[in-house]
Design a protein around this ligand. Structure first.
Ligand code: S3P
Length: 193
């Protein structure tokens, strides 16, 4: 794992060298910065990084977009569930989920049970600005409208709200968000089942 790099953090971590006892799980909508914040947590605090989408792409040898177009969303969701099970059995680290991972009930229950789940939250407009240009199959490769994005967000918000904690990410650096998530993690570790 990478060593601690305090220069990239905007505040001094209170628990820089403690190893997590359970997974730290980042959930939220496309564009929330789950992967970027997970990378900052990994770099800054030496956590093992598990990125579900990256694992899927690596194992399948094709992009998420291609998986959706060639094999369909149901296939992707099965794969997502399988990879999640495998990650949960590994030593605790930070898990970057995909935007839909926490929506499925089975996944949600497992994540809530096996980790501290943090919802990375921002306004619909800010999420859209960050998500719209990337190659995301649910946004039809950038052709989807803001209204359809808002509909997905609205439908998913009740599920994201079930996370243990929420952190507002808009207008903040990944390092600042990572610092807050890390403090939250240690403030809660031991107080949950
Ligand atoms: C999805 C979000 C994507 C990826 C897949 C499905 C979703 O991840 O898992 O395209 O259902 O919202 P990001 O949230 O990292 O974009």
């Amino acid at each position: 794992m990478s060593t601690i790099a305090p220069r990239m953090l905007d505040r001094v971590p209170s628990h820089p060298n403690r190893h997590p006892l359970r997974h730290l799980v980042l959930v939220g909508m496309m564009g929330a910065g789950k992967t970027t914040v997970a990378e900052a947590l990994s770099r800054g605090y030496g956590l093992v990084l598990y990125d579900i989408d990256q694992w899927i792409e690596k194992e399948e040898g094709r992009s998420i977009s291609r998986i959706f177009s060639e094999s369909g969303e149901a296939y992707f969701r099965r794969k997502e569930m399988e990879i999640l099970d495998r990650i949960l059995a590994l030593p605790p680290g930070v898990i970057a989920t995909g935007g839909g991972t926490f929506v499925g009930e089975t996944n949600r229950e497992k994540l809530l049970k096996n980790g501290l789940v943090v919802y990375l939250e921002a306004s619909a407009q800010a999420l859209w600005e960050r998500a719209k240009n990337a190659d995301r199959p649910l946004l039809q490769g950038g052709k989807a409208s803001f209204e359809s994005f808002q509909r997905i967000l609205q439908a998913r918000t009740p599920f994201y709200d079930k996370a243990h904690h929420r952190v507002w990410v808009e207008g903040r650096s990944p390092e600042s968000v990572a610092g807050e998530v890390w403090e939250l993690y240690w403030a809660n570790e031991g107080s949950l089942p």
